[in-house]
Design a protein around this ligand. Structure first.
Ligand code: BGP
Length: 461
């Protein structure tokens, strides 16, 4: 199919520090490190974040490979627990500074734009123990850490992200007991979400103050948008979908792009006595924090119906809505996630019409597959045609959206080299490049070579 993207289009992949670096030389523990060290019996697959893709050791060769595959951009994150050696005093670790500087410089000299994220679910355990972003002290520590990152790497890195998928730790740590500390408390979840938004805003404002004279420096946020489609047109289903959307998409979308919270959500929370404690200046900080671009992680939509049971007791989101299985859905059998590429078009139109057509890029999209070894050809290369089809379909809808006025400037896949997953360890692989966990060897899959041709020729998929 003929398809042409802007010649400056960003092509690349995304990963995160905790999922790819390995813990070599880290002085502090995140919630994930702590969970792995202390509760291995309930930690997925017994493979933790300790070694992962060992990018800490191999980044230079990995970047050469990335360059060979024609990528021009790449997103990763700094680990708070690596950069800061003493969390009390916010004293950075010189070894960590040297590592990140060399990593980012290597990307830059390879003509790969570096997009650096400050937080990818990796709250230091010492701060989680005092309430994480529920606690204003932790917000102050986060701002101090962010400023150190800007000062240390601001000469090399132009594009910054405050948070990756800020709603995910709220769901996973505070509502559904998926990640440590496995809390199940909607009121605390709202307080943590509010604190995260305030932390984002304070960091954005500090960034603009520091780089005000440099138009090349930009800051944004990455949100996982999951449009909520109602089961039917009846009012109860539609209202349930709206409520799901308000809580899981619009809270951070409105908060970071418009600097406001929707009055409907405020009313809903107020009716339940769940409004968060707001510090003086929080609203001002949020209103002033203008982001330059948005990253959209897109995997799947949400299919929603009105709750089927009456929920008694303390408020949980399930009082407002329930998930349902759309009979026509296409499912990735390995991850259980729906594959619905057209939703990417719908997201693009929503951003165009309701969010002032903010510049944005696809900051993650991808397909996790288990046992990819069964798809090797005779020479041993993984023939991941399913992934090629997945990417093609998403690029098709993205291209159409751009033709219809979407302000999208790039497409990043999750991920470059198979990396460790919070939820699946190394079971489901997402990479364009295969990782041999034992030897740490890398080998490009068929999809990696296919994408190189798409980028190089920019005329068809
Ligand atoms: C996103 C996260 C990533 C990554 C990806 C794949 O939500 O930003 O960190 O893990 O999902 O998901 P999973 O690893 O759970 O299959």
């Amino acid at each position: 199919m003929k398809i042409q993207f802007n010649p400056d289009f960003w092509w690349g992949t995304a990963t995160s520090g905790p999922q790819s670096e390995g813990n070599f030389g880290k002085k502090q523990m995140s919630i994930m490190d702590y969970w792995f060290e202390n509760k291995p019996e309930d930690f997925f697959n017994q493979v933790g974040p300790t070694i992962t893709t060992a990018v800490y050791k191999h980044y230079s060769k990995d970047i050469e490979l990335m360059k060979g595959l024609k990528h021009n951009s790449f997103r990763t994150s700094i680990q708070w627990t690596r950069l800061i050696a003493d969390l009390e005093t916010n004293k950075p670790d010189p070894e960590a500074i040297a590592f990140y500087r060399s990593y980012f410089e290597k990307l830059k000299t390879s003509h790969i734009k570096v997009v650096v994220n400050l937080f990818h679910f990796d709250m230091p355990i010492a701060f989680q123990n005092i309430g994480g972003f529920e606690n204003p002290k932790v917000i102050d520590h986060f701002v101090a850490y962010a400023k150190i990152c800007f000062q240390e790497f601001g000469d090399v890195v132009d594009y910054w992200i405050t948070f990756n998928e800020p709603i995910v730790p709220i769901e996973a740590c505070y509502l559904y007991k998926l990640y440590w500390p496995k809390i199940c408390d909607f009121k605390r979840a709202i307080q943590a979400a509010w604190g995260t938004l305030v932390a984002h805003a304070k960091v954005v404002n500090a960034f603009h103050l520091l780089f005000q004279s440099d138009p090349h420096k930009q800051i944004g946020v990455v949100l996982n948008l999951t449009p909520a489609y109602p089961k039917s047109d009846n009012q109860a289903d539609v209202q349930a979908a709206q409520r799901r959307d308000l809580m899981f998409n619009r809270f951070f979308l409105d908060g970071t792009v418009k600097g406001t919270i929707s009055p409907e959500l405020v009313d809903l929370l107020e009716a339940e006595g769940h409004l968060p404690k707001v510090q003086p200046n929080d609203l001002k900080q949020i209103a002033e924090a203008k982001i330059d671009f948005l990253g959209v992680n897109y995997y799947q939509p949400a299919r929603i119906q009105a709750p089927t049971e009456i929920f008694e007791g303390p408020l949980m989101p399930e009082k407002w809505f329930a998930n349902y299985e759309w009979p026509e859905r296409r499912i990735n059998p390995h991850r259980g996630w729906e594959i619905h590429p057209k939703t990417l078009y719908n997201i693009a139109m929503d951003l165009k019409e309701n969010y002032n057509n903010i510049p944005w890029f696809v900051s993650e999209n991808g397909m996790g597959v288990s046992d990819e070894g069964r798809f090797r050809n005779e020479s041993g290369q993984i023939q991941d045609d399913y992934r090629i089809d997945f990417i093609k379909e998403h690029l098709y809808w993205l291209h159409l959206a751009i033709k219809d006025g979407a302000n999208c400037f790039g497409y990043h896949l999750w991920t470059f080299i198979d990396c460790w997953s919070w939820a699946n360890a190394f079971k489901n692989r997402y990479g364009l490049v295969e990782l041999d966990l034992e030897t740490q060897n890398r080998r490009t899959k068929k999809s990696g070579e296919w994408l190189r041709n798409v980028i190089e020729n920019n005329n068809q998929i």
